[in-house]
Design a protein around this ligand. Structure first.
Ligand code: HEC
Ligand code: HEC
Ligand code: HEC
Ligand code: HEC
Ligand code: HEC
Ligand code: HEC
Ligand code: HEC
Ligand code: HEC
Ligand code: HEC
Ligand code: HEC
Length: 528
């Protein structure tokens, strides 16, 4: 690249040479050069002879004859996989023209024209204004180089003598009163087709639509290929389904170059909401020390140019050391059961450890997804959540309920979900038991234990038959003597109000549910 002083001198020369013309820019007629140029001579020939198959859209072999930068691009861009050989395009074009199927396409004069154009440095549109390589990113004279060495002042400051906007349409700043183009000056937007023209975010550090490095390795063979870590961070992935933005790692930037943007120093500032507090980047080793990666895994401080995907054990071990045992899915919504893959979702890498669906309550893991009801739908839970003949049964009747998720009793107890029957289940001195093998309950007061003359029911957890709900299952209807043998228990005198008669037999009324199976024998709708 040219030193800053030499570049300034070159500009001085160009500007001096054109100053007279520039005073009346609209009338500029640059002296036509003898060498053929792309715009004037080559493009019409290529469009006529090659455009049919090598047009702008879906060109054959990926080589388009319609735009200058496409014509001088590596031919074809991707066959060899690696970084294309930038210098090779003219010889590959020549080779193509020598192919049997291409040989007859150009006459001798047209072939000679193309040869002369290449020999002259393949200028895009050369008049007296700019040096030959002005449109070729690989040339030392490429316009972007001199623009950058001046922090783009010629295109941003319309008052300068060499301001691009004096002669070119589509330049970000044009002097007052100047419209149209000087002579053959092409509009900047004829090549800079993105909505922002030359100021679009991909112009100085990306590739067309893409704002981030790397640049096209064909046009910028010296550019750092390690810029690839941008892609890994900006594309959505199961690791971070909610996308990162430039502001996750950089200060916010607009097309304003009066401050630190474009000053030659890459600025990094990590967003604490995403990366945790105190994230840093070391430009010497190119390593990041951020909460996203530093979680006790195998690669806690990765380098920006490190290759290969990030695996589950790289940031944290999977599961972390001394972790509650069990399938990950019992406690986390995004991993698979073994912690070797992630489903796309908003919870991973959001700078917060999420349990279950992330709602922060017991229902994050318990109950149906999407509501705040903690009742599991497994086994006979639903029957106990809203029994037809009694009041809802509290979790604490059957389980030791943790007050906080992290309580040791919650995850550490063995067996998991130990059923410990207490409260109403042990009324009347009953000693209720749950058998994990048969999944059945015995000696439960709610199911009749401790009632005179009754053998308690032994219901099976998850039995779908509904038999455990039947009158007569837990106690006789009526119970054995000395209970009366009368069957009109719905009469007001004894249990009236608690029981009603229906065509299919006696039922517990809505009001009666509070009294029935509550551990207390109730008479006449009230306690004894
Ligand atoms: C009738 C359609 C057609 C026309 C007209 C045509 N080409 Fe091609 N060209 C092709 C096809 C098809 C390929 C790809 C051949 C292959 O991959 O084997 C190709 C390949 C090429 C390549 C890529 C060679 C490589 O290295 O892979 C270049 C360069 C090229 N053509 C230049 C030209 C030029 C210059 C013209 C006009 C003078 C032209 N073509 C006219 C069909 C055409
Ligand atoms: C004094 C008028 C004038 C100024 C100032 C000027 N240009 Fe040009 N530019 C032209 C003309 C006229 C052409 C058409 C080709 C020619 O005659 O040289 C041109 C062509 C170009 C081309 C295309 C092709 C090529 O290979 O020559 C580019 C790119 C370009 N200018 C960029 C710029 C940039 C960037 C600036 C500001 C830094 C700038 N020009 C300032 C008049 C000007
Ligand atoms: C003949 C095509 C062509 C024309 C016309 C053209 N450019 Fe460019 N310009 C390019 C190419 C190719 C690049 C490389 C980056 C890219 O691919 O976008 C580039 C890069 C740039 C850059 C990036 C500078 C950096 O720091 O990397 C700026 C700024 C720029 N052009 C400004 C202008 C302005 C202003 C005009 C009009 C006065 C203009 N260009 C006209 C082809 C052109
Ligand atoms: C995950 C963090 C992260 C995100 C997100 C990110 N960057 Fe970067 N970027 C970096 C790091 C780290 C570097 C420094 C690389 C180096 O040392 O060369 C960098 C360097 C750069 C550079 C200078 C590199 C060069 O080769 O000139 C530019 C320009 C840049 N980023 C633009 C962007 C833009 C634009 C976005 C958003 C579209 C973005 N970055 C998003 C981390 C990030
Ligand atoms: C005219 C050239 C140019 C344009 C246009 C441009 N940038 Fe940059 N930008 C740079 C350069 C050069 C750097 C490399 C670091 C530096 O020099 O500050 C950079 C760096 C960055 C960085 C890294 C943080 C920093 O300042 O170091 C971000 C983020 C960024 N640009 C975003 C954008 C966005 C968003 C846009 C579009 C609105 C944009 N840039 C347009 C030249 C440009
Ligand atoms: C880039 C580093 C990184 C990689 C790679 C990574 N994780 Fe994570 N993981 C984190 C961070 C940081 C947290 C802390 C909480 C947060 O930000 O979401 C986390 C949290 C978790 C959690 C707890 C729930 C949560 O989201 O808070 C689970 C489960 C998890 N990761 C599983 C995995 C699995 C499975 C893989 C492999 C597919 C994996 N992680 C790969 C960084 C990573
Ligand atoms: C029985 C419940 C339970 C199971 C099973 C479980 N986790 Fe966790 N996990 C937790 C709890 C609770 C936390 C929160 C710990 C904290 O905040 O300190 C957590 C936090 C995490 C974290 C984040 C931070 C850390 O380093 O502690 C990761 C990563 C994680 N779990 C991964 C996994 C993986 C992978 C699996 C499956 C192999 C798994 N967990 C299985 C309950 C569980
Ligand atoms: C009537 C007794 C009873 C009540 C009330 C009860 N559970 Fe259970 N629960 C059980 C039984 C029995 C099992 C099955 C244990 C086995 O698999 O051996 C169980 C299992 C569980 C399990 C293990 C996973 C599963 O679904 O099998 C969880 C978690 C659980 N219960 C949570 C709750 C919560 C939360 C409540 C209150 C909202 C509750 N239980 C109310 C008896 C009950
Ligand atoms: C991170 C997910 C998660 C959260 C949050 C959670 N639990 Fe659990 N809970 C579990 C798992 C897993 C089991 C064990 C089930 C199994 O092994 O099948 C369990 C078991 C239970 C059991 C039955 C087992 C026992 O310990 O006897 C109850 C009751 C229970 N949890 C209540 C609660 C309450 C109350 C909260 C809120 C303070 C809560 N849970 C928060 C995951 C969670
Ligand atoms: C799941 C076991 C069970 C089933 C099924 C059951 N009961 Fe009961 N019932 C009891 C228990 C236990 C008592 C003892 C008092 C208590 O704990 O409330 C009781 C008591 C009663 C009483 C006395 C009043 C009271 O509440 O103390 C009446 C009346 C009664 N049951 C009627 C019925 C009728 C009618 C049905 C059928 C619709 C029925 N029961 C089904 C368990 C059951």
């Amino acid at each position: 690249m040219m030193a800053r002083g030499a570049r300034a001198l070159a500009w001085a020369r160009i500007v001096a040479g054109t100053a007279a013309l520039c005073a009346a820019c609209a009338e500029v007629r640059p002296v036509a050069s003898v060498a053929p140029t792309f715009e004037r001579d080559v493009r019409p020939t290529l469009e006529a002879r090659c455009g049919q198959c090598h047009g702008a859209r879906r060109p054959a072999a990926g080589w388009s004859a319609s735009r200058f930068t496409d014509v001088i691009a590596c031919v074809p861009a991707s066959t060899d996989g690696g970084v294309p050989d930038a210098g090779a395009w003219p010889s590959r074009l020549a080779a193509a023209l020598a192919r049997p199927d291409h040989q007859g396409l150009l006459d001798d004069a047209q072939r000679a024209l193309i040869a002369r154009w290449i020999a002259a440095g393949a200028p895009a549109a050369r008049g007296a204004m700019h040096p030959p390589g002005f449109s070729d990113p690989r040339s030392a004279d490429f316009h972007a180089r001199s623009l950058r060495s001046q922090r783009w002042a010629p295109m941003l400051d319309a008052t300068r003598a060499e301001a691009c906007g004096r002669c070119h349409e589509g330049s970000p700043a044009r002097p007052a009163g100047v419209t149209g183009a000087a002579g053959d000056a092409p509009s900047c937007t004829s090549c800079h087709e993105q909505p922002g023209g030359p100021l679009s975010c991909g112009t100085c550090h990306g590739d067309g639509e893409r704002a981030t490095p790397p640049r096209d390795p064909c046009l910028f063979p010296g550019a750092s290929p390690s810029a690839g870590a941008h892609e890994a961070h900006l594309r959505a992935s199961p690791l971070h389904a909610s996308p990162f933005t430039c502001e996750t790692c950089h200060p916010s930037r607009t097309a304003d170059f009066t401050g630190a943007h474009g000053d030659g120093v890459v600025d990094l500032a990590f967003d604490a909401e995403r990366a945790g507090d105190g994230g840093t980047y070391d430009p010497a080793t190119r390593t990041c020390t951020v909460g996203c990666h530093r979680q006790g895994g195998a690669r806690p401080t990765p380098a920006w140019n490190e290759l290969g995907p990030m695996r589950c054990n790289d940031c944290h071990s999977s599961p972390p050391a001394n972790h509650p045992r069990g399938e990950c899915v019992a406690c986390h919504a995004e991993p698979d059961a073994t912690g070797s893959s992630l489903r796309p979702g908003p919870l991973h890498l959001n700078a917060r450890v999420d349990l279950g669906n992330g709602n922060g309550t017991c229902t994050a893991c318990h109950g149906r997804t999407g509501d705040m009801d903690p009742w599991p739908e497994t086994g006979s839970h639903t029957a106990h959540r809203a029994p037809s003949g009694g009041a809802p049964v509290a979790c604490a009747t059957c389980h030791t309920v943790p007050t906080r998720t992290e309580d040791p009793s919650h995850f550490e107890a063995a067996p998991r979900a130990a059923v410990r029957l207490t409260g109403a289940a042990g009324a009347r001195g009953a000693r209720p038991m749950y058998d994990t093998t048969t999944r059945s309950c015995a000696e439960v007061a709610c199911h009749g234990a401790g009632l005179a003359g009754t053998r308690a029911d032994v219901p099976t957890w998850g039995d779908p038959s509904g038999v455990a709900r039947r009158c007569g299952q837990c106690h006789g209807v009526p119970p054995a003597p000395p209970h009366t043998t009368r069957t009109d228990c719905a009469s007001l005198i004894c249990h009236g109000g608690e029981v009603a008669l229906s065509p299919s037999g006696p039922v517990i009324t809505a009001a009666g549910r509070a009294l029935h199976q509550n551990g207390v024998i109730d008479y006449a709708g009230a306690g004894p």
